[in-house]
Design a protein around this ligand. Sequence first.
Ligand code: DAH
Length: 350
Amino acid sequence: MNELDALVDSARAGFAQAATPADLENTKAQFLGKSGRITELMKGMAALSVDEKKSRGAAINQAKQAIEAALTARRQALADAELEVQLKAEALDVTLPGRQRGQGGLHPVSLTLERIEAIFGSMGFEVAEGPEIESDWFNFTALNTPEDHPARSMHDTFYVEGGSDKAPNLLRTHTSPMQIRHAVQHVKRHRAAIDNGTGMPEIRVIAPGRTYRVDSDATHSPMFHQCEGLWIGENVSFKDLKYVFTDFCRTFFESEDLVLRFRPSFFPFTEPSAEIDIQFQSGPLAGRWLEVAGSGQVHPNVVRNMGLDPERYIGFAFGMGPDRLTMLRYGVNDLRLFFDGDIRFLSQFR
Ligand code: DAH
């Protein structure tokens, strides 16, 4: 083997040994660099005759081209190998189980509101909604709670801009203003029939929604829910209230094993008034009286503020706490859990 073939062989061997592109460039310099072997050979031709230069030069060039070809091939091989490693590293394992989107669900209090609406809906009650920023008139005065009435101080709340200085607007302290708002609309629609003696269709409505007071502890939250109920007609009595509310409670708690007590109480907008307590006859809460709503026969002044004659129209109202109903139904003992937004708590109701 001549000297040039040996050089080409040793270049190929050197390139083959280079494990990285950087190694390869170092090896290349030994053969093709400024003071590499090929350059040395070229310099060595200086003393040769013209003819010898021709043939020697051609032979060296051939060797150089062979080395360059080997270099290019090795560069390509290293680049391919690198790509291969990268592809392997980034490979997707399509057999892995996919990441699933978390399944959402309704908030427990929303579930309760849906239940309340469905049950009263089945008894012929409409569902009405109203504003959370309320005027003094609807929240208090129209509900027979005049400005200096002590019942107002039990409803300490958040006052907001608007209204008058003496009677600013506020975040509603209960859903009872919806009694007036809804009845006034209803009466307006049926004014002619009321006035000509035909009479209006009965008012039968519930009004669920958010309400506000300044309390905050394990059983009180500054924002809480209420659901108002109102039934007004020419012949609606306390007996109907008892029947309707008993039926509601038994359906809501899915238990016939449940008794109700109407405990005399006071509300400015009802006369007589009653607190409604329930008692389970079995289960973890058995034997305790649990307060679930306020209620009563709608006060004549309130009927008047609805635009109706209290000598002719009569009925009952109630206001219950969906948060509390939810706590009782699911055995939750701290109201604040409903408003913390902790997914570990909420996901149990999916
Ligand atoms: N609004 C009362 C409260 O928040 C609850 C209430 C009591 C509503 C008696 C009524 C009712 O409709 O008749 O304490």
